[in-house]
Write a protein that binds this ligand. Sequence first.
Ligand code: SAM
Ligand code: SF4
Length: 339
Amino acid sequence: MAAQTQARTCGLIDGFGRRVTYLRLSVTDRCDLRCVYCMSEDMSFRSRRDILSLEELARLARLFIARGIDTLRITGGEPLVRQGILDLFKALSEPLRDGSLHELTLTTNGTQLPRFAEDLARTGVRRINVSLDTLDPERFRTLTRGGSLAQVLDGLAAARAAGLTVKLNAVALKDGTEHEIHDLIAFAHERDMALSLIETMPLGDIGADRLDQYLPLNALRRQIEQRWTLVDIPIRTGGQACYARIAETGGLIGFITPHTHNFCADCNRVRVTASGTLYTCLGQDDATDLRAILRVGGSDDDVVRVIDQALGRKPKGHDFVLRRGTPPQITRTMSETGG
Ligand code: SAM
Ligand code: SF4
């Protein structure tokens, strides 16, 4: 209760005066796909006992909400492969109902949405992000190392049938995205889905040189502008995205550009891994072990104190460098940190 009172008075403010209101909470580092830019082929995962229980995850989420987090994104790995995941969503629908949480959402690869979309909508989820890099079944199989595009398309249909607003995320990849960007835009906007394009980030060893995959979004944007009229709009999500509306479709396109533009000055988010490590920056190694405090019986105030101390150390920004032959400075993958 002490933590809740404190929250509403000052919230989470970092050492640079940025108000942090957005938590990405990873519920598993495992996944049913193996995307080539995210994981290596022979990825190893954390042991089950390292991973927070659903009760521990719910407790942490509530403490962050008490401390001023109003947007909570469940992520992974693939969040919908976590056993019992709906119980976590059900637990978190309570702060949604009482208004302390404004938005409960998730990022998913979409494969499990035919099973979960309706139940997610019932727990109060309204908008979701679905990752889809290609509309070509063969390329999808290659990029995900064996996944089925049809399964994801079924997932998208299920999400829309359940009334969920969907935003598509596509990682821009050399020798691929350039060839189908116009189809991706048309596919998304015909279905009232915004489309965000993401520059690949040097996170973890993927068993390949990322420069071979990297497609800068300023180049892709120039290509998009040859076909479509982009009208910049001032939506800022506190992340690394800027948005434009495409005049011909009326739909939104987002550009998440950690390399070609750095938006860290507006960063409003932190991440907690499935094993309970708090990262205050995706692109830095500043880590705080919250699991240890939970598992030695720490009180809510103990946990909140450590969260506050970590926030005071939130770095100014990432130092992503893409240089041929240079190993990634950040050894954890996006699937481990929680994308
Ligand atoms: N499995 C879910 C999914 O794919 O949507 C959620 C987790 S995934 C790690 C979250 C997002 O991170 C996805 O949109 C994925 O494309 C993106 N991603 C993964 N590795 C990345 C990287 N190295 N650079 C940029 N985006 C990456
Ligand atoms: Fe799995 Fe998402 Fe990583 Fe692809 S991007 S391997 S779906 S966690």
